[in-house]
Design a binder for this molecule. Structure first.
Ligand code: PEP
Ligand code: MG
Length: 761
């Protein structure tokens, strides 16, 4: 049974659109199980009805016409219960409903399983048999496995054509759901971007000049052929027979019509060379992956490799230097922080990434730059949307491709409203962040890009609460040297002087890679990250510390922050290196001072050792992004579990409470610099817990200040007593929203939420 399963799933993933996918499913499942009928019913999202979308065995003309409510028929029963129904004689079941047009009266045995994606029943997969006998367990598990594996492919196919398309409603303009990445809404042109070797991320694009594109492709093929031949010449004598055969196979493929001829034909049909190459390679990969023989199956990787080589050559031939549209929305399988820096800042207005989530560093950077972003938009058909109009709703996580006029109008209205709200908030810029009954809550900015100091300064921040030093490291092609770092840090410290700037030492690893320092691990978030890397590489750490200390000479507004601390020994070792850097610099004649040093609390062990840490350092900064991920065991980048990622979880709230109490016992202040601080509801909780200051992206600062200047400290205290009694994060959020609403701050919760017509579109 295993092989048919695998090949069906592969064939379906390769289908061009939902209709083809469904045809494959019904034919192949029928064949694999040796049944008389296989059919797929899908849920029509508009009517909520189940519609027969494909069948092998029932009358073909019944497709699209048979519809039933979830309360009707056996198919409805499967969807209603969200579990299989297995009957030996279906017509005798009380829920049986007969549809004359299907001709199904001849069938007795019935087995239906739900197709479920993200807890939602997308449809029902049914097999039927003449004979009056129940399906056996192997059949049931086969169908359940097929249903589970196909759910994702069906959801994806739906997004790119879908049941809507099949029942004659245009797909364009439908909302595709991801995670809210950075607030704001925007309307622009999709520009699909892929990393240089990411073949699957290459978009389709019309070939401007097919003959020239063909020429470019031929040249790339010749170049790769020369590379391979040269390689064989160079290292042929040390190659094993197997390796040699592999390279010979590469050469054969590079001359074959199936690779070259087919791609040229695709270019002639209108696709540009990289898009045509992607199609051809994907087709070959699928063929190999479906082979029974494990050796041949592995050859799929070789074809991929060859495809990547040609792609790299194509890109060298004609680098993808493009004129970015005036309103560029960057879209891709995985948008990275460095991709954001490739687009001229004035032209970049939004970001959509298939992978990642709200607390991915790309989202954090987008927020810092004030760009609306949607992350984890897994259903987005990236290859097909380059150059199309796109709406990004960073509040709700919705994306619309080629929106209807009505939706576009609604979002343009929202953009105007947001601009008005921001203009209104600007009046708060020079006012103190204090509650009406006198509680001072200093607000600091999170920053990390040199160009980002301007928005931070403009926001009225009282300093920088978190300067993420890894961004300057990410956008270079090697570790920056001490001088290079010195000039970056000096500029930041100068521009904020006399206000304090808290610079965090290098925090790479996890989801933040450096192109020139690859780290490959099974569990990167539990691996070599943050302070661990710095302590293992004192040469890199010392260069950074020296650059920071020197940059503060004469300004003395630097504070140092150590990330990812999970043990006191790490702090002791890091402090020893800071002292050493200071000593060296003094000896070299620089008038450096020992800065205040703080620890980030973002690992549960730091919560429980806050007392021991407080004896060693001057302040704490809670990194709720990581603390939430580590306390709840929810990967901050994984869109599949994004619903479980909740900084307002009672466990997170209690952990922060413990940190504040422990630190205050030692008279050490606590700030919060995770994204929770920039969420008005989160900030409310943090103030209630007695956090001394908050640090957030510049774009959130005035909203939070508005909240602080409106709520009474005494009311927040009462609110916290209630919050701390809740067990469920949903109750916490609901209460906080209600509180904000009652305080007249509903605008902070609703900001950017579209009115009903657009949401329903
Ligand atoms: C955090 O973890 O909350 C934090 C501020 O650090 P980063 O998001 O850079 O990991
Ligand atoms: Mg962190």
């Amino acid at each position: 049974m295993l092989n048919p399963l695998r090949s069906i799933v592969q064939e379906v993933s390769a289908a061009r659109g939902l209709d083809q996918a469904l045809e494959i499913i019904v034919a192949r499942v029928k064949e694999a199980l040796g049944v008389d009928v296989c059919s797929v019913y899908l849920t029509d999202q508009q009517s909520g009805q189940l519609v027969l979308m494909a069948t092998d065995g029932l009358h073909p003309e019944s497709v699209g016409t048979v519809r039933l409510d979830i309360t009707e028929g056996l198919v409805g029963l499967v969807a209603e219960r969200a579990e299989p129904v297995n009957l030996d004689d279906a017509p005798t079941h009380p829920r049986y409903r007969y549809f004359q047009e299907t001709g199904e009266e001849r069938y007795h045995a019935f087995l239906g399983v739900p197709i479920i994606h993200h807890r939602q029943v997308l449809g029902v997969l049914v097999v039927q048999h003449h004979a009056e006998s129940r399906f056996n367990e192997e059949n049931v598990t086969f169908l359940i496995t097929i249903g589970a594996q196909l759910a994702g492919a069906i959801a994806h196919a739906e997004a790119s054509g879908g049941i809507d398309g099949l029942i004659q409603r245009p797909m364009d303009g439908r909302a595709m759901l991801g995670q809210p990445g950075a607030p704001g809404v925007t309307v622009g042109t999709a520009v699909v971007m892929a990393t240089h070797e990411d073949l699957d991320g290459v978009p389709d694009r019309p070939a401007q000049d097919p003959a020239a594109e063909q020429d470019r492709f031929r040249k790339a093929v010749v170049a790769v052929r020369n590379d391979v031949t040269e390689m064989i010449g160079r290292i042929g004598s040390v190659l094993t027979a197997g390796d040699k055969a592999l390279f010979d196979a590469y050469l054969l493929m590079l001359e074959s019509d199936t690779l070259v001829g087919v791609t040229l034909a695709r270019i002639a049909a209108g696709n540009w060379a990289p898009g045509a190459l992607r199609e051809t390679i994907q087709e070959h990969v699928r063929t190999f992956e479906m082979m029974e023989d494990p050796y041949l199956r592995e050859r799929a990787q070789d074809v991929r490799d060859l495809g990547r080589r040609i792609l790299l050559r194509l890109r060298e031939e004609a680098p993808d230097i493009r004129e970015y549209p005036k309103k560029t929305v960057l879209v891709g399988e995985e948008i990275t922080a460095s991709m954001l820096t490739e687009v001229p800042p004035k032209r970049l207005i939004g970001v959509v990434s298939v992978r990642g989530s709200r607390t991915s560093h790309t989202a954090i950077l987008a927020r810092a730059l004030g760009l609306p972003a949607v992350m984890g938009c897994t259903d987005l058909p990236v290859a097909r949307i380059d150059g199309r109009e796109i709406i990004v709703d960073g509040h709700s996580g919705r994306v619309y491709v080629s929106p209807s006029a009505q939706v576009r109008k609604e979002y343009q209205r929202l953009q105007r409203e947001e601009a008005e709200l921001s203009a209104g908030l600007l009046e708060l810029r020079n006012l103190v962040s204090v509650t009406p009954d006198g509680l001072r809550v200093p607000l600091y900015a999170n920053t990390g890009l040199l160009s980002d100091t301007t928005p931070s300064l403009k926001s009225g921040a009282e300093g920088v609460g978190l300067y993420r030093t890894e961004f300057p490291f990410m956008i270079r092609d090697r570790f920056p040297g001490e001088e290079d770092q010195y000039s970056v840090y000096r500029q930041v410290l100068e521009s904020f002087h006399p206000r304090p700037v808290t610079m965090r030492t290098l925090d790479v690893g996890g989801d933040k890679g450096l192109p020139y320092f690859p780290i490959s691990e099974d569990n990167p978030f539990l691996g070599w990250r943050g302070i661990r890397i710095c302590l293992d590489h004192p040469e890199i750490f010392l260069a950074q510390l020296r650059a920071m200390l020197r940059a503060s000479v004469g300004l003395d507004n630097l504070k140092l922050l150590l990330p990812m601390v999970s043990a006191v020994a790490e702090v002791d070792e890091a402090l020893a290196l800071v002292r050493r850097a200071k000593q060296e610099l003094l000896e070299e004649g620089h008038a450096v001072h020992m800065p205040e040093v703080g620890v980030m609390v973002e690992v549960p062990s730091a919560v429980y050792q806050v007392g021991a840490l407080a004896r060693r350092v001057d302040f704490f900064s809670v990194g709720t992004n990581d603390l939430t991920q580590y306390l709840l065991a929810v990967d901050r980048n994984n869109s599949r579990v994004a619903e479980l990622y909740e900084p307002l979880h009672p466990a997170v709230i209690r952990a922060i409470k413990q940190v504040v109490e422990g630190a205050h016992r030692h008279h050490k202040p606590v700030s919060v610099c995770g994204e929770m601080a920039g969420d008005p509801a989160g900030a409310l909780v943090l103030i209630g817990l007695g956090v001394d200051s908050l640090s957030m992206s510049a774009s959130s600062l005035l909203r939070v200040k508005w909240m602080i200047r409106t709520v009474m400290q005494s009311e927040v205290k009462n609110l916290m007593r209630r919050v701390l009694r809740f067990d469920d994060p949903r109750e916490v959020r609901a209460l906080l929203n209600q509180f904000l609403e009652n305080a007249g701050l509903g605008g902070l919760i609703r900001a950017g939420k579209p009115a009903a017509p657009a949401a329903a579109a």
